[in-house]
Design a binder for this molecule. Structure first.
Ligand code: ASP
Length: 344
């Protein structure tokens, strides 16, 4: 179990308010039920940061540690962190985890100073999931409030509610019931991306289009970033007066079109007006399918870091977005099998 910090580790600091303070060992010590489990836990205090302050460098280091430990007879991994960025970090871990071992991310919505703090229950459920053969082959999972979500689908949907983690496209993969993970849905295939190439530029901007948007955030953007995700209206629409600026942008860097609604896919072939999804795709945009804007940004960043060209980016989004043939994923798909055989 690696701890990165987050509310789950926070207690009252010297200047008021809670701050990351508890170690991974202290989190485990607060869960007596772990003593009844036949599981040995190696606790690693990796970072003590709020979720908002984690970055790609931290995640690259986490991926390295996960690989190292999995190479040394570890059966599963739990990552504890701030809930604010779990929907992004978990997806990045998933994209870089080809093996069958469960990698489970958890956190807490109520800090340890509050009545009904959910941290201990969430860590226990995460350990139960990571230690279970039932969760093998499902990639990176997010476990909170006794629900098991696929990293590629889960979103934080409420700023304070304990039930904040939801998978709007497809629902949870399963539940933790009486201490056992019970998976009720299966992932048909699991895309993973090659490791980053050192020094490869991967800065991706996320631009959310708004009512009456004059496109000021698009001005000069291609000079600053290596790719852009546009979170458009509804099924993937932008105001018609932005089409010219977006056309210039997509000629310079890859631009992914996602929906700002937070659920459902962008379409490909329904609307025909300037600024519609058909118009933007014909101009060279890449459709995100079911991937929301935050997941799209993580995927585009990972693809750029791996040196993917535009053709590979388009194929990858088609498969990861759920509208392309899995056989067209540009690399080998990860295993969906518990024993580690290659998945289809
Ligand atoms: N702001 C906190 C964080 O992400 C929220 C949490 O952990 O639940 O660190």
């Amino acid at each position: 179990m690696l701890s990165l910090g987050g509310t789950i580790t926070m207690t009252t600091g010297t200047s008021g308010g809670v701050v990351p303070a508890l170690s991974a060992e202290q989190l485990l010590a607060a869960i007596p039920a772990l003593a009844d489990m036949d599981v040995a836990i190696d606790a690693l205090d990796f970072r003590r940061l709020p979720g908002a302050s984690l970055g790609f460098d931290d995640l690259t280091a986490v991926i390295g540690v996960i690989r190292d430990r999995l190479g040394h007879s570890v059966d599963g991994v739990v990552v504890v962190q701030g809930t604010d960025t779990i929907e992004e970090t978990a997806y990045l871990l998933d994209l870089h985890h080809p093996g069958p071992e469960p990698v489970v991310v958890t956190g807490a919505m109520r800090n340890p100073t509050l009545a009904g703090a959910d941290g201990p229950a969430n860590v226990l459920a995460a350990v139960q999931t990571a230690a279970s053969t039932a969760a093998r082959g499902a990639g990176c999972l997010v476990v909170l409030a006794d629900e098991i979500h696929a990293a590629r689908r889960v979103r934080k949907t409420h700023s304070t509610a304990g039930s904040t983690f939801q998978s709007p496209n497809g629902g949870p993969l399963g539940y933790v019931v009486e201490g056992q993970p019970r998976l009720v849905n299966a992932l048909p295939y699991r895309p993973v991306v090659p490791d980053p190439i050192d020094g490869r530029p991967q800065r991706v901007a996320l631009v959310t289009i708004c009512l009456g948007d004059d496109g000021v955030l698009l001005d000069g953007l291609a000079d600053l970033v290596d790719g852009v995700v546009v979170a458009g209206f509804g099924v993937g629409h932008v105001p018609q007066h932005l089409v010219g600026k977006l056309q210039e942008l997509v000629e310079l860097v890859p631009v992914v079109l996602a929906s700002r609604t937070g659920a459902g896919p962008v379409l490909a072939d329904t609307y025909g007006f300037p600024g519609s999804e058909r118009d933007l795709l014909a101009r060279g945009f890449t459709g995100a399918g079911f991937l929301d804007p935050l997941k799209s940004r993580i995927l585009l960043s990972a693809l750029l870091a791996a040196g993917a060209d535009r053709k590979a980016i388009t194929s990858a989004f088609a498969v990861a977005g759920g509208h392309g043939d899995p056989a067209t994923w540009p690399w080998t798909l990860a295993t969906t099998e518990r024993d580690g055989a290659a998945g289809a």
